[in-house]
Ligand binder design. Structure first.
Ligand code: AMP
Length: 313
């Protein structure tokens, strides 16, 4: 299949060094754009375009592997120098992580240049980059149907004015519960969501890891649980895979409505669940659309209750 709406993803492409309770892994393919593109291409097939930067040390085979999944990598710039590198250590229960080192390298001078052919992308996913660069991307694209963005605490506390401008320019914000609380200054997530939506994005997704995710739009609130897994190996990239899965579903459907966004939430959660089953993106690289169909079916049975929830008399 080919997605009806081309999706443009802008964000980091990285080497990750991962210290997991089960062992240490070095030079793992990573970055928000990588995870999101792998996830969206699983849902939507060809049609995902990535804009990012890698260094001279980045193996062509990694880009070829993205291309083999139908991801268009013509917007990936190869710069002189080393690829962005992130080193994280997870706690023994994988519930928290510490950043041990971030080497921006070529990412420090990243200024996204959207290729002419990508400027008409119908859907745009702005990965977690400087909010000024996110606005820069919005200014380069022509009338997309939907612009979604991610951000992080670092920008919420460090660049509030630039982030406020991002919020005014996007349709969908995808963040986690901590970020929603910090951004709004409100602990209660329902009230935090109302506050954030007043600042721009009509739609807001709040991810809560193993506790599922909430979506707020004009039609109300919606909840999707996290898929219950027996074994979680590595949460790195789960949020980006979630966002890629969600946007991939919208790309494949070719239209946006409250009903379609609600269905997209299941694909988002399914892709997040695949991501955490392997170290780095290994599981995302291994699963097929048939595996995705099976997971979606078991997701449907997870929330299937027979349809009648009237109060017994
Ligand atoms: P997540 O687990 O969804 O937060 O995403 C983890 C990915 O984000 C890793 O593959 C990292 O390479 C990437 N990453 C970590 N720190 C940053 C940063 N400051 N800017 C952009 N990407 C980052």
């Amino acid at each position: 299949m080919k997605s009806s709406d081309p999706l443009l993803i802008v964000g980091s492409i990285a080497f990750d060094d991962l210290d997991m309770p089960t062992g240490e892994h070095r030079d793992v393919l990573g970055g928000a754009a990588t995870y999101a593109a792998l996830a969206s291409s699983l849902v939507a097939g060809p049609g995902t375009r990535v804009v990012g930067v890698v260094g001279a040390d980045f193996p062509e085979a990694h880009l070829a592997s993205l291309r083999s999944r139908g991801v268009d990598t013509t917007g990936v710039e190869r710069a002189q120098g080393q690829t962005f590198r992130w080193h994280g250590r997870y706690s023994s229960d994988l519930g928290s992580r510490t950043t041990l080192d971030t080497q921006l390298n070529v990412f420090a001078d990243f200024s996204p240049k959207i290729p002419a052919a990508h400027k008409t992308s119908s859907l745009v996913l702005l990965g977690n980059i400087h909010p000024k660069l996110q606005v820069d991307v919005v200014e380069q694209v022509q009338r997309p149907k939907l612009v979604a963005a991610d951000t992080m605490n670092f920008w919420i506390s460090g660049e509030p004015a630039a982030l406020a401008e991002v919020l005014r320019r996007i349709d969908l914000l995808i963040i986690n519960d901590e970020e929603a609380r910090e951004l709004s200054g409100i602990h209660n997530l329902v009230r935090a969501a109302a506050d954030i939506r007043k600042r721009g994005p009509k739609m807001l997704v709040i991810k809560r890891g193993e506790f599922g995710s909430l979506m707020f739009d004009d039609a109300g609130a919606f909840f999707v649980p996290a898929y219950p897994l027996e074994e979680v190996l590595d949460p790195t990239g789960a949020g980006d895979s979630f966002a890629g899965g969600l946007m991939g579903y919208l790309a494949a459907r070719g239209e946006i409505s409250p009903g379609i966004i609600r269905k997209a939430m299941f694909f988002a959660a399914a892709l997040g669940s695949f991501c955490v089953e392997g170290i780095g993106p290994s599981r995302l690289l291994a699963v097929t659309r048939a595996d995705l169909a099976v997971r979606i079916a078991s997701f449907a049975s997870l929330v299937e209750h027979g349809g009648d929830l009237t109060l017994p008399v």
